[in-house]
Design a protein around this ligand. Structure first.
Ligand code: PIN
Length: 482
């Protein structure tokens, strides 16, 4: 998962807006940050490096980022490696000069990479699928256009991208000296919205929170297979892919990835988490015996995400809700720290217990998900060390048994605690007295209840159904290694 951002403003410098918006999207990736801005004459300035937005940009390099149109990116590595070279934006000089930011993951990048090299005569310099995507677009645009680039040429090139590329991709591209385009894959798997300010400035962003915080009004989500093009005069044109399109947003955005104050595809993330809690409360009631239910003294969320769903659970079960864990807010999310070792070490650093909330109590802990189970296991032990008698554990999402191939960092299958394990075995492994998972149908109903128009989601990491189709070869590789 990554954050992408695009800004068009008539005369103003775009870089401060991009910087501030990126800091509001930092939760989507903390590995690398980058920015590219351009003048209307097409002159490009770019700066990118490994690290948080606040560390990568300083007064000196910000001053050099002059231009009124620009792109921003924060990365969590998915298909690429941790190299600096793979930080985005990516640039290719022909045709016109193209600069891209991408969120998602392509499942046919290897095949495309070969084809680009052998038949399209394009050189790809990194192992990043985003560079592949950029070159597929560049190749298509080159074929169809001449010195006077029209919007139809651009839309035809994006259609060719949709024809050739498989996977999840929300993309923003600057065509230097021509304008900025944004498009979302035909399933709309990863999010992308856009909005405007003072009728002359536009912003594309992974999440609406970036628009909100910078005073932009939301215009719309970019629809699946839709391209939005803003030319240098600020004229907007839209185009819809001729092939099949159907919205299937990634349900994991609602479970955990997105900020609660964002609204994705008409579904406010906070509301969806409240709703998940309501459904989970019912499941807990049906799974625990009357005695067990009566014995619960307190409901404790594992901060931060699950606080929202823990509230309706405490109401549904008629139990007190308490803060039993304190989080060190100056440490990044362990989930998105690259490398398993770093992840293992960091839990104790990050969370501490308030002993009084555990001592001689039967506690029900709530988390948004169980991925590798390392954190859950350590947290349950911490609850016991603080004196808890019984520790029940509930997850607002179902067991994760399949790799995510659409841009979330959980692809190495054997790392998933639910892989090849029954719920009782997982319970034993994490050391809980009882483990309750949300059902997938309930998770879908919970999210969909906020916007009943959306009934279909990408839920592949829960049920292994891949909406774009994924070759057996690709999936087999994810079981063996990453
Ligand atoms: C953490 C959200 N959430 C907590 C991320 C831990 C899985 N983990 C996914 C649970 S926060 S583990 O709210 O953003 O702070 O199962 O892999 O151990």
């Amino acid at each position: 998962m990554c954050a992408i951002l695009g800004v068009f403003s008539n005369n103003e410098n775009a870089c401060l807006t991009i910087y501030n918006a990126l800091t509001n999207l930092q939760h989507r990736g903390q590995d690398a940050s980058g920015m590219a801005v351009s003048d209307k004459d097409g002159h490009l300035n770019m700066h990118k490096d490994n690290g948080l937005v606040r560390d990568v940009f300083n007064e000196e390099n910000i001053l050099n980022l002059k231009g009124s149109i620009g792109l921003g990116h924060t990365r969590y590595p998915t298909a690429g490696s941790y190299n600096y070279e793979e930080a985005q934006p990516f640039y290719v000089n022909s045709p016109y000069g193209l600069v891209l930011v991408h969120n998602g993951n392509l499942v046919n990048a290897d095949k495309l990479r070969k084809k680009l090299f052998q038949s399209d005569l394009r050189h790809i310099n990194t192992s990043s699928d985003s560079e592949v995507l950029l070159n597929v677009f560049a190749h298509a645009l080159n074929k169809n256009s001449n010195s006077s680039l029209s919007k139809e040429d651009i839309f035809t090139a994006v259609d060719e991208v949709h024809d050739r590329v498989e996977g999840a991709y929300s993309v923003i591209i600057m065509i230097l000296g021509y304008g900025i385009i944004a498009f979302r894959d035909p399933n709309g798997i990863r999010p992308l919205v856009y909005g405007s300010k003072e009728n002359s400035k536009y912003m594309f962003a992974s999440e609406s929170v970036a628009l909100d915080c910078l005073g932009y009004d939301l215009i719309s989500d970019v629809n699946p297979g839709e391209t939005v093009f803003i030319d240098l005069k600020g004229n907007i044109s839209k185009h819809l892919y001729k092939g099949k399109t159907k919205l299937n947003p990634c349900i994991f955005e609602y479970v955990y990835l997105a900020r609660p104050d964002s609204t994705i595809d008409g579904i406010n993330v906070y509301s969806s988490r409240l709703s998940m809690g309501k459904f989970l409360a019912e499941k807990i009631k049906s799974e625990l015996s009357r005695q067990e239910l009566e014995n619960i003294d307190v409901v404790i969320p594992i901060p931060d995400t699950s606080r929202t769903s823990a509230l309706p659970i405490s109401i549904g079960l008629n139990k007190n809700l308490r803060e039993g864990f304190v989080k060190n807010r100056y440490i990044g999310r362990t989930f998105i720290m690259p490398g398993q070792k770093a992840r293992k070490k960091s839990v104790k650093q990050k969370l501490n217990t308030i002993e009084g909330e555990f001592k001689n109590k039967n506690v029900l802990l709530i988390d948004d998900s169980i991925v590798r189970g390392n954190t859950s296991k350590q947290i349950i032990q911490m609850a016991r060390d603080a004196g808890a008698k019984k520790v029940y554990f509930a997850s607002a999402s179902p067991p994760i048994r399949f790799p995510n191939v659409y841009g979330i960092d959980m692809p190495y299958v054997k790392e998933l605690i639910a892989y090849g394990r029954s719920i009782d075995e997982i319970c034993l492994e994490i050391g809980a007295d009882k483990l309750i998972y949300q059902d997938l149908d309930d998770l879908i109903s919970a999210v969909s209840s906020v916007n009943p128009k959306i009934k279909s989601f990408d839920t592949s990491c829960f049920n292994g159904e891949y909406i774009t189709g994924v070759s057996k070869d690709y999936l087999d590789k994810l079981v063996v290694s990453r």
